[in-house]
Design a protein around this ligand. Structure first.
Ligand code: SF4
Ligand code: FES
Length: 234
């Protein structure tokens, strides 16, 4: 495989010619923050947190999808990059409940985000959805990273139970026709829960424990729900 040489933060780096800037940086231990990127998903550059400055390019480039080129000179922590990342984090913080997203919380601290930067911003506050025995969906915590939709579709499971509806600020992940999860094609594989970075998708047992239920109460609740569901099917 052909290789290219570039400079990242003043360090010469040799990378495969089809590598992304993110991969080239990671291979030499340079950390570039990400939210929507996940190794198991096709990168689609939604969140823009990974932007870097590439000399001779006017716009900041998303490192997760931009391919390396011979002679590139890249700055991953310039003032412009940090300002952009801080603004993205502050916008998320103003609209989304990030209390269950420790990685994003750490990024907020690292970039010195102002928690009151957008005091008039509307917060996303849809009600939590508890419609199946396996996991709950709390879209007030959703950053629309798209990972769950991707693993439910071509990136892993080919189930296509999840999609999105709405536009702009009203965009929301959900099921087709807003059906309850048991009425969709969902096979409860759990992959969406596994890739969610914010706790918007959470195992129901974990959620019940957080609500103060004891393991015995949860077992009893689960048995009662199974009995109810069997009766409904008869
Ligand atoms: S539910 Fe989780 S994985 Fe899905 S888009 Fe929202 S934050 Fe991302
Ligand atoms: S991680 Fe690159 S755009 Fe989200």
């Amino acid at each position: 495989m052909n290789e290219v040489t570039l400079i990242i933060d003043g360090r010469p780096v040799t990378a495969a010619e089809n590598a992304t800037i993110l991969q080239a940086a990671r291979q030499v231990g340079i950390d570039i923050p990400t939210i929507c990127y996940h190794d198991a998903c096709t990168a689609n550059a939604i969140c823009r947190l990974c932007v870097v400055e590439v000399e001779k390019q006017r716009l900041l480039q998303p490192a997760c999808v931009t391919q390396v080129r011979e002679g590139m000179v890249i700055h991953t922590r310039s003032e412009r990059v940090e300002r952009s990342r801080r603004t993205i984090l502050e916008m998320l913080d103003s609209a989304v409940d990030l209390s269950d997203a420790p990685e994003i919380q750490a990024q907020l601290a690292e970039y010195g985000a102002d928690h009151n930067r957008f005091p008039a911003a509307e917060r996303r506050a849809p009600a939590l959805i508890d419609d199946n025995p396996m996991y709950v969906r709390d879209y007030a915590k959703c950053v629309l990273c798209w990972r769950c939709v991707q693993v439910c579709a071509e990136d892993a499971q080919y189930t296509f139970a999840l999609s999105f509806d709405g536009r702009g600020f009203g965009t929301q992940i959900g099921t087709y026709f807003d059906l309850p999860m048991p009425e969709t094609t969902c096979v409860f594989c759990g992959q969406c829960v596994g890739v969610c970075p914010t706790g918007a998708l959470k195992p129901r047992r974990e959620w019940l424990l957080e609500q103060g239920k004891t393991p015995d109460e949860i077992m009893e609740l689960t048995r009662a729900e199974r009995r109810k569901s069997r009766r409904a099917k008869q």
